[in-house]
Design a protein around this ligand. Structure first.
Ligand code: ARG
Ligand code: ASP
Length: 713
């Protein structure tokens, strides 16, 4: 290595490799690696991040509506999260005349903030390890008896907490049941929409740029928490007042440098970092490719129509985005697992563990046997579930089937029927039977061609031919009540669903004769008799062994610092602001700017249009205090924080605990981090606080919000 290369590699992967971050890490906030964090540059203490008895940063971090993360950035409960996390709420306030998704929304003052019934935020008041109490007495029991006692012990542990009326206790396993933690949760229920940029900023680049770096998305929206007059949680009331937080995050608009220390605090959903090589191999070579192939067909079919028909585009926008999101993620995941040789490295790791502890060999041998035996069932499970999810006519048919069964068993009352009709109406709003007949026809052919005979209903091979299916399914669909293309009692499910349901006995008779329902029913029966039970039985054996394997890894690999897989509980991940070198001769910088938005600008495009006002700000360089040393406003940046789904909306903080960014995505080359974090390629993507404030201040003229914040210059 010459001097330049040494320098370059020091910039690209300096300390990271030498630190515990080699395997990533999503740490429980009561068990932080304070020393390593300080070595990397942190200037505050672990106590300042999490302290159950004094205000600390954790008091500003909440789980947003059960999925995403959000943070408090003012003394009056102002909340920041992603645009894609607030999307449903922004959409629900939108009408054709007043389209907040397209135009954006900014309340003029607190009176203009919009309530969102049902939306909640959860605070974590405390975290306690409760392993001993949960596992007490289970040592010599078999798996079933042990689980029963664990469930009982969990109830006892929960009952042991002295809770306020607005608190609840939840106990969650980590390390596959080798440890348990209790969480004291406080839920606020009056959450109002304060502001959101237009989609052309908040979702700039849409699906094309999703999971991709370099990125230029202003993926943020703002809400406010309201409380009763004692500052406690309350249902929505116009008498509620802005919540006064124990702590809120100062917002930094300082310039960033590569290698700056940063940490992300939030609620990552699910990772599986400790699986055996065989499990990763199955995901990479079998289940991921199966799921990708199904979505590929569905997306392509929808896209053709969406591109030529505006009404369809709007109808399917949100569904398309969610199907495309994981389709694209899985493709990146498979590539990344291959490129980082995840399986090879895991195999090597297993051998090194066995060399230190011979007892691990039988565990791994048995896991290999079980995963191999489970593999055909796992593969069929992936195909089946993706086919019935993406062929929406089959999704519908399955819902009607459940309704029919409940009805015939006398298990459905007026209330349940109403709930079912409401669910259906929501579904029909964004469903086109005609379009989906095409998707269903193609997916039936895919399933008939890809699934071994043992998993197929009788005579299912008649669906191997796509062209033939197109005609068959179209004629079924046209004559079916469930697609809304055929009337019953003089109405369709689109025109008057109550009328369609007005004579349940007659409806059930019609449904029983519907060939779509008959097909869905035989597919379901065959799936359950051939696959579901076998898969689950093997999975419970795998779970027992995975727990053992986890414990063995922890006992044997003394040099490694283990962190529990994500499970939607509060975690801290840390790293450095950093670019990457994802491919030979390709170097990604760590920061994008407004000029890059203009490079991507395609006038009128549904993904890359830019609002006029932003173009004007760019042309006049009206950047105020939000530009950085380059003279431009930074938009997004990357770092080595180990994040996953659920970390969207998480605060990215600097060495002093000031907010510097809003997490929203990861880069394509590193999405295998859910299974095998690789510090060379895994990067999280954040919106720069400078861009957020620039949009609020210069674009939205919402200075009253800036004035509420504590800005660190
Ligand atoms: N990929 C990010 C995450 O998994 C953002 C998804 C929202 N954006 C989109 N274009 N679908 O949630
Ligand atoms: N976009 C993800 C989320 O919504 C974050 C990620 O998967 O990196 O939580």
């Amino acid at each position: 290595m010459n001097r330049r290369n040494i320098l370059l590699s020091a910039i690209l992967f300096p300390a990271v490799m030498a630190f515990g971050q080699q395997y990533g890490g999503m740490w429980i906030p009561t068990e932080l690696n304070e020393k390593e964090m300080k070595d990397l540059g942190m200037k505050i203490s672990a106590k300042q991040i999490f302290d159950p008895s004094k205000p600390s940063i954790k008091d500003a971090v909440v789980q947003f509506d059960g999925g995403c993360t959000a943070e408090i950035i003012s003394a009056q409960g102002l909340l920041l999260t992603n645009h894609h996390c607030g999307y449903d709420n922004i959409q629900s306030h939108s009408t054709v005349e007043n389209d907040l998704l397209t135009n954006g929304f900014w309340a003029k003052d607190m009176n203009g903030e919009l309530p969102n019934p049902g939306v909640t935020v959860d605070f974590i008041a405390d975290i306690k390890e409760v392993t001993a109490a949960v596992l007490e007495g289970t040592q010599n029991l078999d798996a079933k008896a042990s689980q029963e006692l664990i469930n009982k012990n969990i109830e006892t542990v929960k009952a042991g907490f002295k809770l306020e009326s607005w608190q609840k206790a939840v106990v969650r396993p980590v390390y596959y049941g080798n440890k348990y933690y209790a969480y004291i949760i406080e839920t606020y229920k009056d959450i109002r929409l304060v502001g959101a940029p237009p989609q052309s900023i908040g979702k700039f680049g849409s699906d094309t740029d999703n999971w991709v770096w370099p990125r230029h998305t202003g993926d943020f929206s703002m809400f406010r928490i309201y409380a009763d007059k004692n500052n406690k949680p309350a249902e929505y009331s116009k008498d509620n007042i802005p919540y006064k937080p124990k702590y809120f995050l100062p917002v930094s608009i300082k310039d960033k440098q590569e290698n700056d220390f940063t940490f992300v605090f939030g609620f990552p959903g699910r990772t599986t970092e400790y699986l055996p090589a065989i499990a990763v191999e199955k995901v990479m070579n079998e289940t991921d490719p199966a799921m990708i192939s199904v979505r590929e067909v569905a997306l392509k079919t929808l896209d053709e129509k969406m591109r030529t028909d505006a009404a369809t585009r709007i109808k399917y926008a949100s569904k398309y985005a969610s199907v495309a999101n994981y389709w694209k993620k899985w493709i990146g995941e498979v590539e990344g697992l291959k490129k980082s040789d995840a399986v090879g490295k895991k195999k090597q790791y297993e051998q090194s563990l066995i060399a230190k502890n011979a007892q691990i060999k039988p565990t791994i041998d048995e896991l290999n046997r079980l995963y191999t035996e489970q593999s055909p069932y796992a593969l069929n499970r992936s195909y089946y579930s993706e086919v019935v999810r993406n062929a929406e006519t089959l999704t519908l048919a399955n819902q009607y089937l459940s309704f029919m069964q409940a009805y015939e068993a006398g298990k459905i009352d007026e209330k349940a029927t109403t709930a079912f009709k409401e669910r259906l109406s929501g579904f029909y709003k964004d469903y086109s039977g005609e379009l989906d007949a095409k998707v269903t026809a193609k997916l039936l052919a895919l399933y008939a061609n890809k699934t071994p005979l043992q998993f197929q209903p009788a005579n299912f091979s008649q669906y191997k031919d796509e062209a033939k299916n197109l005609a068959t399914v179209e004629s079924w669909s046209k004559n079916s009540v469930i697609t809304g293309r055929h009337a019953l009692n003089g109405a369709t499910v689109h025109t008057d669903i109550n009328k369609v349901f007005s004579n349940p006995a007659e409806l059930i008779k019609t449904l029983k004769n519907d060939p779509i329902i008959q097909l869905a029913s035989s597919m379901r029966e065959t799936y359950f008799s051939s696959t579901d039970g076998k898969f689950a039985a093997l999975q419970s054996q795998i779970d027992v062994l995975q727990k053992k394997f986890m414990a063995q890894q922890m006992e044997t690999d003394k040099d490694r610092k283990f962190f529990p897989d994500a499970n939607s509980t509060l975690r801290v991940t840390y790293g450095q602001v950093k670019g990457s070198n994802p491919r030979d001769a390709v170097y990604y910088g760590y920061q994008t700017h407004v000029a890059g938005i203009m490079e991507k600008y395609v006038p009128g495009d549904y993904e890359f249009d830019v609002p006029k006002k932003l173009i004007n700000l760019y042309n006049t360089k009206d950047y105020g205090i939000y530009k950085d040393k380059t003279g431009d406003v930074p938009v997004n940046f990357t770092a080595t924080n180990h994040t996953t789904g659920g970390n969207s909306g998480s605060p990215a903080l600097d060495a002093y605990g000031n907010l510097i960014g809003l997490n929203f995505d990861r880069q394509w080359e590193g999405t295998m981090s859910d299974i095998n974090y690789d510090p060379r390629f895994s990067r999280n993507i954040m919106v720069d606080t400078k861009y957020i404030l620039f949009i609020i201040d210069k674009y939205a003229d919402a200075k009253w919000l800036i004035n509420e914040m504590k800005i660190v210059k």
